[in-house]
Write a protein that binds this ligand. Structure first.
Ligand SMILES: O=C([O-])CC(=O)C(=O)O
Ligand SMILES: [Mg+2]
Length: 390
C-alpha cells in the first residue's frame, strides 16, 4: 500500500519582458511541487511533479496553509483506489477541497491544479506508463492520438518591437515547424493592430486561416464588435477572449455578429463556469474553441468533469484546445482526443514547452514514452524538480 511521505513546494520565476493587452509578464512566477511517495525505484523514492500554467501567479500560501496539510493529515488509505494498489487523484481532490465553499474560483483552483498534476504524474509513473497511455486506458474511448496539433502563440507587445521584429518572430515559428500562429491584439489601437495583422499575413502567404488573434479580455462590447467587423474579412483561425472572461452576454452578442470562430475559456476555472459559458455566451459547437486550462481550473479531475458536460451538451472534445503550452495538457490532448494544444516557443521557461527532443512538423507534435508526464525529458525543468526534494 503506497503512501505519500512528503509534499515539497516552491516558487520559480517564469518572467519575460513581453505584454499582452492586459498584463506584463515581468513579475510572472509559478508554484512547483513534488509529491513524494514511499515507493523506491532505482534507489530513489518515486515522486510526482506539478506546476501551474502561466497567467496566474504562484499559490504557495494556499498550498502551504490548506491544500498540502489536508493531504498529509488524511488517513493514507483515503488517498488510495479501492484495491489500495495506487493513489486515486479523484479521492485526493475531495480531500484537497474539504471545507471549501463553492464558487469564487481563482487562486484556489490553481493550487489544487498544481497538486493534481503531480498526482497524475505519480500514478502514471507508478504504473510504468506515459500519462497519455494511462489516461486513454482509463478515460479514453479509443487509442490515443499519436500526435497533437500545436500552434505557436506569440506576437506579444514589447518595448521597441516593430513590424519587422514581429515578422521575424513569426518566421522563426514557421521554421520550427508551426503552420498556425497567434498574435496579441488590443494592446494598441485598431489601426495599429490591423497593421500588425497585415505584417504577419505577409509571412503567412496571406492566409488568415493560419492566424489567430487574442485580445486577452480587453474590449468592451463596442470595441469587441468594431474589431470583429474589421477582422471578419481575414477569415482568421480564431478571435480570442474579446471581452471580460465572465461577460457572457458580451460574448453572445459578438457571436451573433462575428461569423468566424471565437475562442475563450482560459480564465474560467470550474465546471460551473464552463457550463455557464455554454449556456449563456452564445458558443457555437460547429466552430468555436474552448480553451479551459486543466491546471488553472482545479486540475484534470475537474477537467474530466468539464469534458463530460461538453459531451452531454453535444460538443466534441475536438473543440477544446487548452491554454498553457506544457507537457501535461499535451498528454491530455492525445489521450482524450482534444483539438490540440497551445505552444509558446521559448517562453515561460523552465516550465513551458515540451520534451527537449520534441520535433514539430506540419504543426503537429508527438509524445515520448517516458513514464508519467515525462519531465525527465526536459532537462532544465527536471533539474528544478529534483532540487525540490534533494
Ligand atoms: O498572454 C497570455 O496571458 C497568454 C494567453 O492569453 C494565451 O496563451 O492565450
Ligand atoms: Mg489567450
Amino acid at each position: 500500500m503506497p503512501k505519500i511521505v512528503a509534499i515539497h513546494e516552491s516558487t520559480v520565476p517564469i518572467s519575460s519582458s513581453m505584454s499582452n493587452a492586459f498584463i506584463s509578464f515581468q513579475h510572472m512566477d509559478c508554484s512547483i511541487v513534488a509529491v513524494v511517495s514511499d515507493v523506491i525505484r532505482d534507489g530513489r523514492p518515486v515522486a510526482g511533479y506539478g506546476f501551474n500554467s502561466n497567467g496566474r501567479y504562484s499559490v504557495g500560501e494556499i498550498l502551504r496553509r490548506r491544500i498540502i496539510p489536508r493531504l498529509l493529515q488524511a488517513s493514507p488509505d483515503d488517498l488510495l483506489t479501492d484495491d489500495e494498489s495506487t493513489f486515486d487523484p479523484v479521492r485526493a481532490w475531495d480531500i484537497m477541497m474539504r471545507d471549501e465553499k463553492p464558487g469564487g474560483h481563482g487562486e484556489r483552483s490553481v493550487a489544487v491544479g498544481v497538486i493534481d498534476m503531480a498526482l497524475f504524474d505519480l500514478v502514471s509513473k507508478l504504473a510504468g506508463q506515459p500519462l497519455y497511455r494511462w489516461l486513454a486506458d482509463r478515460y479514453g474511448t479509443d487509442e490515443p492520438d499519436s500526435d497533437v496539433f500545436v500552434y505557436a502563440a506569440g506576437g506579444y507587445y514589447a518595448p521597441g518591437k516593430g513590424r519587422r521584429d514581429l515578422q521575424d518572430e513569426i518566421k522563426r515559428f514557421l521554421d520550427q515547424g508551426y503552420d498556425v500562429v497567434k498574435i496579441k491584439i488590443g494592446g494598441a489601437d485598431l489601426t495599429e493592430d490591423l497593421d500588425r495583422i497585415e505584417a504577419v499575413l505577409g509571412v503567412l502567404d496571406g492566409e488568415g486561416s493560419r492566424l489567430a488573434v487574442d485580445a486577452n479580455g480587453r474590449f468592451d462590447l463596442d470595441t469587441a464588435l468594431r474589431y470583429g467587423e474589421a477582422l471578419q474579412p481575414y477569415n482568421l483561425f480564431w478571435y480570442e477572449e474579446p471581452g471580460d472572461p465572465l461577460d457572457y452576454a458580451l460574448h453572445a452578442t459578438l457571436a451573433e455578429r462575428y461569423r468566424g470562430p471565437l475562442a475563450t475559456g482560459e480564465n474560467l476555472f470550474s465546471l460551473t463556469d464552463a457550463r455557464n459559458l455554454l449556456r449563456y455566451a452564445g458558443m457555437r459547437p460547429d466552430r468555436d474553441i474552448i480553451q479551459i486550462d486543466p491546471v488553472l481550473s482545479y486540475g484534470l479531475v475537474e477537467y474530466l468533469r468539464i469534458l463530460d458536460m461538453l459531451r452531454h451538451r453535444g460538443w466534441s472534445t475536438r473543440r477544446c484546445i487548452p491554454h498553457g503550452g506544457h507537457q501535461f495538457s499535451l498528454h491530455i490532448a492525445a489521450a482524450l482526443k482534444l483539438g490540440g494544444n497551445e505552444s509558446y516557443p521559448g517562453e515561460f521557461q523552465p516550465t513551458g514547452g515540451f520534451a527537449d527532443s520534441a520535433v514539430i512538423r506540419d504543426s503537429r507534435i508527438g509524445l515520448t514514452d517516458t513514464p508519467g508526464i515525462g519531465f525527465e525529458d526536459k532537462a532544465e525543468l527536471y533539474k528544478v524538480f529534483q532540487a525540490l526534494h534533494a
